[in-house]
Design a protein around this ligand. Sequence first.
Ligand code: FES
Length: 141
Amino acid sequence: MLETKEAIRWEDHEDYYREEMENSITPEMIEMISSELEIPASKAYGVVTFYNYFSMVPKGKYIVQVCTGTSCYVKGGQKLLDAFNKKIGLKPKGITDDGLFSLDTVRCLGACGLSPVISVNGEIHGRVKPGSLEDILGMYR
Ligand code: FES
């Protein structure tokens, strides 16, 4: 089992992670992780690229996820993605010019009864209409 070394504990480097990483992991970070854990960089890279939760692309301060799972798709998930593009100029994997919001798709947020669903930094918004996206994002500005 891999031991967590103090040098890479979140609590010790939270400010750095939040301000410098832009919610993403850079190649330099992978080198640091591999060095601190004394594992090959390829192994750290493999973990970062395997899990959707990690990203090597900068993310916004607020990470918006639009669910494209079956229930949400049937209830208008694609219309939400279209509205993000049309009204906010944000496409999946994109980030707003001010760096405030980034957009991703996800297969299911576990709130199918509230379809269509989006989340903003993990906060669920259900039964979302395309016309309400600006109001929802306004809550985070
Ligand atoms: S399909 Fe969207 S929350 Fe489950």
